[in-house]
Structures are given as structure tokens and as C-alpha cells.
Design a protein around this ligand. Structure first.
Ligand code: NAI
Ligand code: MG
Length: 498
């Protein structure tokens, strides 16, 4: 048994336990008995053995979720009680921040201190925000003119939970994405079958333990570990699931979008991006350089809103690119658990190879590597932070999401030109604009086709701020009032007054 000195005692105890599935409030093995391994991407060591769910396990989980939804302590629970439970869960997560942050870091590769501050803390904030929505869901009363003259009607709408929700989440922010999905489902009174990504299941399983500890009734949250093509696909295909909430690749998002039509499941999709970072000549240059570097190197570039296309006004292009490249060169690459690491490994060998493949393609298509471009070391899935210039607008690395620490920098000369170039993409998730001119900031905020436009910052999210994509970046918005609407159905009630 490998020991993990980078983990505290609680996290060590957790990884020593065999991973199971959470179905109807109990931890069970997969019916097939199959397992797979959680891997530390920094050392390539096996961290923990996990249960590999098949369609038969998914079916049990959906049945448990259905039963909990239709007739249970949960469906009869008052909103204020749901609020209290969600807040209790948030408190438990907060109390276990160190353990969860250590698990997130070893499982995903991300920097441990950021895992605690950004990921775990973000999950706590998200649950607390959503807890408040439980008591604020409302319908409307409406004046109607239906019926015959002389008749009187009273019309109103009920906003009711959508039902059993299948939630499929990615590996880049595992606990935060679990929170973004679970929070609105629990606030609205839905029940859930949650599947974490096969690369990063640990914090979802620990979260499952905390959900039990908080006192949620059995079957409200079921957690299934396993592979996308099997367990994920079984959730999407299941006839008794009312909604799918998915975050991941655009390819799988499209697959899900087509499939859900068969059963008319509701769906929200948070997909890829190729977000531009646009630096105008009047920007605070130091701030823009630091911001552009962070926009692509944070979380090793494995962020759906990563600023992967840097556009800089020609008059300051060389200076900004040199500044970003200098930061890239200076980043200390190492395991997420090492306190001096500034860039961790990518999540998996597959992801590392995908990113190195994109770098090779960038070179083959004539791009110039300013810095980086190679794997770092022979153990662990580390890739050097990489900056390209001289890449044409049609090059693969300008058009496709790389999901790694790889930046493409291009100069521009006018506002109209950069609007056209920035919008010349299939994606529309995020964009940032760096300028000291208020007019430029407001014009760009209106003209860029993206779900979020940041000005003089990039990537910040907030539970109250809608988040999601235009174009092929997805359907719907998460967070805020918007996500509550996506987890509820409107029912019209018409009463003839007699
Ligand atoms: P993916 O889309 O395959 O995985 C995301 C989730 O979907 C995982 O839980 C996976 O198990 C599940 N899944 C996979 N195939 C499925 C299917 N047929 N039916 C139902 N669920 C399924 O993403 P992958 O392969 O891990 O990464 C590929 C690329 O996707 C990345 O390089 C990146 O460009 C993008 N990506 C984007 C994310 C985002 O936040 N928007 C997150 C993760 C990946
Ligand atoms: Mg995949």
C-alpha cells in the first residue's frame, strides 16, 4: 500500500477506504464487482480503488432518486428545512476544508493551497448561496379573460422541482462543479444521480459521506463513480431521469443534446471555450500581463474559460508577450502538494498527450514557440507553460480548445478588427477586455459574443452571477436566479370560481 505523506491524517484514512457507490443512502460495490483506480497525476501512483458502475447500478440509483422524489421525507420537507440541511452541508465542507483540499489536489494535480482556497471555499459559498434560494421560489398570479362572459377565473403558476436530475461533471474543478450542480437541485427539491469524472472521483465520494452526515434523507443524492461512455451514457439514456445537467467537452455535450430529445429530458450544458483576452493600448500593462498569464496558466490551463487566445494592440504586443513569456518561464513546476509549486501536472496521461499533440500541431502549422513547448520530466503529466506567436487565424490551436497551459498571442490594430477576430470562433463562453477607457469597456462588453465579459480581470465567478455559454459553449446558465429556473417547471393552475 503506497503511503501519501502529502495527505493529512483524515485524507489518509479516506484513501485507505475502498471506494463505493452511494445508492439510497448506503455505500455499495458495483453489482458487477468491477473497480478502477484513482491516479495521482504528479507521481502516477494509484491513490485509491473505486467502484466502476454499470447501467444496472445506475438503474438502482435512479430508482432510489425517483422514490425519494415522489414520496418521502424529502418531497414533504418544508423549504426552510431544505435550507437548513444545505447550510449544514456547507458547514461540514468548511470544517473539512483541509482534507477535501488535499484530496482534490492529489486527485487532479492542482495546487493544494488553491484547492483549499478556490475550490473548496468556492463550493462552500455556492452551497450557502443556493441554500437561500430554497425559501425564495415563487410563482405568479395572472389576470385571465378565458371562459364565457360572466364566469370568473383565478389563475396562478406553481414553480415545481423538475424531478430526478442526472448530473455529469468534469475533472477540472471536481468539488466546485459538484457544488454548482447539487446546490440548485437541493434548493429546489429535486433528487440527484451525480457522476463525477472518472479521473477525479475522490471529493465527490467524501462529499457523499458529508451529505449523509448532514442528514439528507436516503436517495436524495446518489453518487455513481465510473466511466462516461458506460455510467454517464446510462444516466443520459435512462427513461426515468427528468433532466441532465452536464459540464464537459463540446463533443459529449452534443451527443447528450441529441440523446435527450428521445425522452424530452430537460438539459443544461456547460461546454468548451476558446476565450479571448484583449489588451488595448491604454491598458495598465503590468496588470494586463499578470492577468493574461493567470488567465491561461491557472489550474494548468484546464479551465473552460481559460484565456487561450491573447490579442494585444500592435503598439504594445512585443512588451506584453515578453512579459507573459517571462512569467511562464519563471513558474515553478511541481506536484500540487509541494508548497513552492506554481504549476502542477495535467490531470491524466491522456490529457497530457492531447495537449502535447496540440503543441506539435501548432509547430507544424507554422507557429513560433516563444517559450515552453515540451513535457516537463518523465514522471507525472507535466507540460511546460507554452506561448505561441505567428499563428494564423485558421490554425488548429487558434480554433480548438486545448485545455492546457498553451497560449496563442496575436496582434491587432483596431477595435472593429478585434471584435471580428474575437468573435470568429465556434465558442462563446468568456472574454476579457483590458483597457482604461470606459467607453471601450462598455462597447466591447456589448459587442463580444460570450456568456461572460470581464473587464480588467479574467475568470472570476460568483454564485449570484449567471455563468454559461453562447454558441457552441452550451445551453442555459448556471448560478443565480437563472439556474433555479432550469431546475424547476412552471405549472399553470386555472380555477373557475363557483
Ligand atoms: P468529457 O466530456 O469526456 O468528460 C466530462 C464528463 O462527461 C465526465 O464525467 C465523463 O465521464 C462524462 N462523459 C464522457 N462521455 C460521456 C457520454 N458518452 N455520456 C455521458 N457522459 C459522458 O471530457 P474529457 O474527455 O475528460 O476531456 C476532453 C476535453 O473536453 C478536454 O480536453 C477539454 O477540452 C474539454 N473539457 C471541458 C470541460 C469544461 O469545463 N467545459 C471540462 C472537461 C473537459
Ligand atoms: Mg472523454
Amino acid at each position: 500500500m503506497t503511503s501519501f505523506p502529502e495527505l493529512g491524517e483524515a485524507a489518509q484514512r479516506f484513501v485507505a477506504r475502498r471506494g463505493k457507490l452511494l445508492i439510497n443512502g448506503a455505500w455499495v460495490d458495483a453489482l458487477s464487482g468491477k473497480t478502477f483506480d484513482a491516479i495521482d497525476p504528479a507521481s502516477e501512483a494509484v491513490i485509491k480503488t473505486l467502484a466502476e458502475a454499470g447501467p444496472e447500478d445506475v438503474d438502482l440509483a435512479v430508482k432510489a432518486a425517483r422514490q425519494a422524489f415522489e414520496d418521502s421525507a424529502w418531497s414533504r420537507m418544508r423549504p426552510v428545512e431544505r435550507e437548513r440541511l444545505i447550510n449544514k452541508l456547507a458547514d461540514l465542507i468548511e470544517r473539512n476544508t483541509d482534507e477535501l483540499g488535499e484530496l482534490e489536489s492529489i486527485d487532479n494535480g492542482k495546487l493544494q493551497f488553491l484547492a483549499k482556497v478556490v475550490d473548496v471555499h468556492g463550493a462552500v459559498d455556492s452551497f450557502r448561496y443556493m441554500a437561500g434560494w430554497a425559501t425564495k421560489i415563487e410563482g405568479r398570479t395572472l389576470d385571465v379573460s378565458c371562459g364565457f362572459p360572466g364566469e370568473e377565473y383565478q389563475a396562478f403558476t406553481l414553480r415545481q422541482p423538475v424531478g430526478v436530475v442526472g448530473q455529469i461533471i468534469p475533472w477540472n474543478f471536481p468539488i466546485a462543479m459538484a457544488a454548482w450542480k447539487l446546490g440548485p437541485a437541493l434548493a429546489t427539491g429535486c433528487t440527484v444521480v451525480l457522476k463525477p469524472a472518472e479521473e477525479t472521483s475522490l471529493t465527490a465520494l467524501r462529499l457523499g459521506e458529508l451529505i449523509i452526515e448532514a442528514g439528507f434523507p436516503p436517495g436524495v443524492v446518489n453518487i455513481i463513480t465510473g466511466f462516461g461512455e458506460v455510467a454517464g451514457a446510462a444516466i443520459v439514456a435512462h427513461p426515468d431521469v427528468d433532466k441532465i445537467a452536464f459540464t464537459g467537452s463540446t463533443v459529449v455535450g452534443k451527443l447528450i443534446g441529441r440523446q435527450v430529445v428521445d425522452t424530452m429530458k430537460r438539459v443544461t450544458l456547460e461546454l468548451g471555450g476558446k476565450s479571448p483576452v484583449i489588451v488595448f493600448a491604454d491598458a495598465d500593462i503590468d496588470q494586463a500581463i499578470a492577468g493574461a498569464a493567470n488567465a491561461i496558466f491557472f489550474n494548468q490551463g484546464q479551465v473552460c474559460t481559460a484565456g487561450s487566445r491573447l490579442y494585444v494592440h500592435a503598439s504594445i504586443f512585443d512588451k506584453v508577450v515578453a512579459g507573459v513569456a517571462a512569467i511562464a518561464k519563471s513558474l515553478k513546476i511541481g506536484a500540487g502538494s509541494a508548497p513552492d509549486s506554481q504549476l502542477g501536472p495535467l490531470v491524466s496521461q491522456v490529457q497530457m498527450e492531447r495537449v502535447l499533440g496540440y503543441i506539435a500541431k501548432g509547430v507544424a502549422e507554422g507557429g513560433q514557440v516563444v517559450t515552453g513547448g515540451k513535457r516537463h520530466g518523465n514522471t507525472g503529466f507535466f507540460v511546460e507553460p507554452t506561448v505561441f506567436t505567428n499563428v494564423g487565424a485558421d490554425a488548429t490551436i487558434v480554433r480548438e480548445e486545448i485545455f492546457g497551459p498553451v497560449l496563442v498571442a496575436t496582434p491587432f490594430s483596431s477595435e472593429d478588427e478585434i471584435v471580428a477576430v474575437a468573435n470568429n470562433t465556434d465558442y462563446g463562453l468568456g472574454a476579457s477586455v483590458w483597457t482604461s477607457n470606459l467607453g471601450t469597456a462598455h462597447r466591447m462588453a456589448r459587442r463580444i459574443k460570450a456568456g461572460t465579459v470581464w473587464v480588467n480581470n479574467h475568470m472570476s465567478v460568483d454564485p449570484n452571477l449567471p455563468f454559461g455559454g453562447m454558441k457552441q459553449s452550451g445551453y442555459g446558465r448556471e448560478n443565480g436566479r437563472d439556474i433555479i429556473e432550469h431546475y424547476t417547471e412552471i405549472k399553470s393552475v386555472l380555477i373557475k370560481i363557483q
